[in-house]
Design a protein around this ligand. Structure first.
Ligand code: SF4
Length: 84
């Protein structure tokens, strides 16, 4: 299970994040390119929170399919909702 205390700083603020157990397998980036990108240091991170029903559904599915359970959905609320 992903741990928000171990999430990469590259993740955008919000509920979905990748923690440092990611093994850079590429699955989330291929399946949900709207949300996940590859960092130059060799791991995935969330560059945009899902914001449509279709992408939310795909994101929830990939959370269950990540081979090392590195994707979490219990991060803090979006920062821009508090600072806008
Ligand atoms: S599916 Fe999981 S292990 Fe694979 S790149 Fe995405 S976060 Fe990393």
């Amino acid at each position: 299970m992903a741990c928000k205390d171990k999430k990469y700083e590259a993740n955008v603020g919000g509920k979905i994040y990748v923690d440092n157990t990611c093994i850079d397998c590429d699955l989330c980036r291929v399946e949900v390119p709207e949300v996940f990108a590859r960092h130059d240091d060799g791991y995935s991170f969330v560059f945009a929170q899902p914001d449509s029903p279709e992408v939310v559904e795909k994101t929830i599915e990939i959370i269950g399919n990540c081979p090392v359970e590195a994707i979490g959905n219990d991060g803090e609320e979006r920062m821009n909702e508090h600072t806008a």
